[in-house]
Design a protein. Sequence first.
Length: 112
Amino acid sequence: MNLLKANRAGALARFRLMANIAGVMSLLLWLVYLPIKLTATNDNVPNLIRSIAVVHGFAYMVYVLVTFNYCFAVRKPLKTAVFYMLAGTFPVASFVADRRAVAEFAAFTAKQ
């Protein structure tokens, strides 16, 4: 039983890490990449700026997998899992999802 609790705590830790990474990458995408991409002429966007979109896409895919793992570990309903997965697409929503997951995890572990 103690191993199951450690697995759930590990799933929460991985979710929190990826929620913060996805949130930062989403902020960079919306506030750095898109304004530069939309205002640049002749497609002269630096490669470093272009890599923001690639890293964000990769981080979001990992975020979705980690979110699925977390929601499965703590037995979240599908509606909540979808909310957490979609939270990675909006700039600040993943930070809100992180805080909500911590509060729900504390309530979940208090019941057991």
